[in-house]
Design a protein around this ligand. Structure first.
Ligand SMILES: Nc1ncnc2c1ncn2[C@@H]1O[C@H](COP(=O)(O)OP(=O)(O)OP(=O)(O)O)[C@@H](O)[C@H]1O
Length: 615
């Protein structure tokens, strides 16, 4: 097959893309940056990068030899730096070419990591608040080059001219914006000062702010980052770090964990939240790069399980994305995440080993979230399972405490079961944990992985009933009439009645019942009611041998001893119903309507009986 011949147009010459700057600025403002306020961050960042380059040129200069001065009086915003400056050629190459950055050229590839910027678009953010950017610069690299002035406009046009050296006697750059009226919110003096402090409080170069009323210039970053300062005592250090965490996040941290990863020049703190949060809720962390605040909402620096902290970090080598508001998901970030996770694990291990009081407070706040985490994270499980609190027959106890008292730990599968058996099991010396709450049963079963000397088993009815001793034959016979009446009274609940002795003697009765058994009974009852119909047939087919509930009366209990001797059949029935009702309520399970009315009726009957007797 031959392709049709497509004639080549004689004027198919290469052309250059045209860029509509207005469209580009619109794109940046609506899709890249979160708010127009970032213009100040971009100006500060350019000034910082220029100072970094200047220090590179003059390595002997003192750290505070070069600085940044901000000025705002309501009609202009100015950012002036003592940085490396620009020549006229630089201005054409870097300022006037969108996407071109001096921080990305091949010659200084190895230095790229020194700078915050790299994309060559940051300056465009100034168009979010002004129609024109005015730059006046003098190069430190070429000191005898004249000063150069550049005016860039939002419509894409720009002009450049050189000026005598006297127009800017010293190297550095001054960027001046004349804000549009609609951007006043972001450019009034108070706001510029606040934004400078917000973005620049941890910058390592001196930054000052001046407004028309303030002639001297107030420091924006008067103090170095709190973790770089020296303190008289370790206590003073941790108090200062906690105070900083509180200032930044607005809560008093339960503890403050210092973060220090020299390999990536990262320092900072993790503040342990003082209130519970749902597991898996990730928090925004504050990330500074070379002192500049880039993001307050960076989630990616910590793994998901670290929901209990909020961090402030300052790193040298993390790479921000073009919006500057998140970080590149690269190998460095992955390594930082792993290393920070390790620091948090080390903190947990340290407090688990040496600060039980703090560990207790931590788990008191975060135990639910830690439990959900431990189910999936073996390491957290290994570190924290013994210290997690559970409801047990010894009260609220950590698994460690509980396992020391009970080599065999029994777990119930529901809260209701636990309520039913707790008192009796505990009197019988059995150690039972309430496994009815989410994750609890699953977690308790994993205890032998950490404490191999402990065995864990589900509590089965046989274990418990083994501790319910039969009564002697004589007592059984004497109680037979009462038991028969009681069985008859409780037949509607498919409940058998038996007499046993068990501790504690204060417990009159124990209702052995389970949700499954109740389900099965409800199904049987429905089948009976619907007999004959299709529904009844289906239910009838499904019907198994309905497991019966059992009301075990305690012969050791004085009330039961008296009850079994009652001669009046009505009173005997009522007392059996009342004992059933009390045992059902003790389990704290929801009562069925028939049970509620039984409890009401038996209470009123007993009351009437008592009143009759007294009158
Ligand atoms: N204050 C300054 N001093 C010296 N050079 C500057 C200054 N501001 C901007 N420049 C020059 O202009 C270039 C473009 O700046 P711009 O802010 O647009 O991008 P960038 O900082 O290189 O990268 P990014 O888009 O990541 O911020 C810079 O690479 C730098 O060469």
């Amino acid at each position: 097959m031959t392709l049709p011949h497509t004639p080549v147009s004689p004027d198919a010459a290469d052309r250059t893309f045209q860029v509509d700057l207005r469209g580009l600025v619109d794109l940046l403002s609506h899709h890249l940056y979160s708010s127009p306020r970032v213009y100040l961050r971009e100006l500060l960042q350019n000034a910082v990068d220029a100072l970094t380059a200047r220090h590179g040129l003059e390595p002997g200069a003192a750290a505070d030899a070069f600085g940044i001065r901000l000025y705002a009086d309501g009609s202009v915003v100015r950012v002036e730096d003592d940085g490396v400056g620009l020549t006229e050629a630089d201005v054409h190459t870097f300022l006037a070419t969108i996407g071109r950055s001096s921080k990305r050229s091949d010659q200084i590839a190895e230095q790229r990591a020194d700078f915050i910027g790299q994309f060559g678009i940051g300056l465009l953010s100034c168009f979010l608040v002004a129609d024109e950017i005015h730059v006046l610069s003098r190069s430190a690299r070429t000191p005898d080059a004249p000063a150069v002035e550049w005016r860039g406009r939002g419509d894409g046009s720009y002009s450049v001219r050189t000026l005598p050296s006297s127009a800017r006697p010293r190297p550095g750059t001054t960027v001046t914006l004349t804000p549009r009226a609609d951007a006043a919110e972001w450019t009034r003096p108070g706001q510029v000062h606040a934004l400078a402090r917000h973005f620049g409080s941890l910058l390592r170069h001196p930054v000052t702010f001046q407004d028309s009323a303030n002639g001297t210039g107030a420091p924006v970053n008067p103090e170095p980052a709190p973790w770089t300062r020296t303190y008289p005592t370790p206590g003073a250090r941790s108090r200062a770090l906690a105070a900083y965490g509180e200032e930044v996040f607005g809560f008093t941290p339960l503890d403050t964990i210092e973060l220090d990863l020299p390999a990536v020049g990262l320092k900072g703190i993790a503040c342990v939240l003082s209130e519970a949060v749902p597991a898996g809720r990730r928090h925004g962390h504050r990330v500074h790069v070379k002192g500049m605040l880039l993001s307050e909402q960076a989630e990616e620096i910590l793994p998901e399980w670290a929901f209990f902290v909020r961090c402030v970090i300052d790193a040298e080598s993390l790479r921000p994305t073009a919006s500057r508001e998140s970080l590149y998901e690269d190998d460095t970030l992955a390594a930082v995440r792993d290393a920070l996770a390790e620091s948090l694990r080390a903190w947990i291990a340290r407090i688990a080993a040496s600060d039980p009081e703090l560990l207790g407070r931590f788990l008191q706040v975060h135990h639910l979230a830690v439990k959900s985490l431990a189910v999936h994270d073996d390491e957290i499980l290994r570190m924290l399972l013994p210290w997690l609190p559970f409801e047990t027959t010894d009260g609220h106890a950590t698994l460690d405490e509980f396992a020391r008292a009970h080599r065999t730990v029994l777990v119930t599968s529901s809260v209701e079961e636990f309520r039913q058996v707790a008192a009796i099991a505990s009197a019988a010396g059995l150690g039972v944990v309430n496994g009815g709450y989410t994750y609890d049963r699953q977690l308790v079963h994993r205890l032998p992985e950490i404490r191999p000397e402990v065995s864990v088993a589900d509590l089965d009815p046989a274990t418990l009933t083994a501790h319910l001793d039969p009564v002697d034959r004589e007592t059984e016979l004497a109680a037979a009439a009462y038991l028969a009446l009681a069985r008859d009274a409780l037949a509607v609940f498919d409940c058998d009645v038996a007499l046993r002795t068990f501790q504690p003697a204060t417990a009159p009765a124990l209702l052995l019942d389970s949700r499954e058994a109740r389900h099965e009974r409800t199904r049987s009852q429905l089948a009976r009611e619907q007999q004959g119909g299709l529904w009844g047939d289906i239910l009838g087919h499904l019907r198994q041998e309905a497991p019966r509930a059992q009301l075990i009366l305690n012969q050791l209990n004085p009330l039961v001893r008296t009850a079994v001797t009652i001669n009046e059949p009505e009173l005997a029935r009522t007392s059996a119903e009342a004992l059933y009702g009390q045992a059902a309520m003790l389990s704290r399970r929801p009562l069925r309507p028939a049970e509620s009315s039984l409890i009401n009726r038996s209470f009123l009957d007993l009351l009437a009986h008592a009143l009759r007797k007294d009158s």
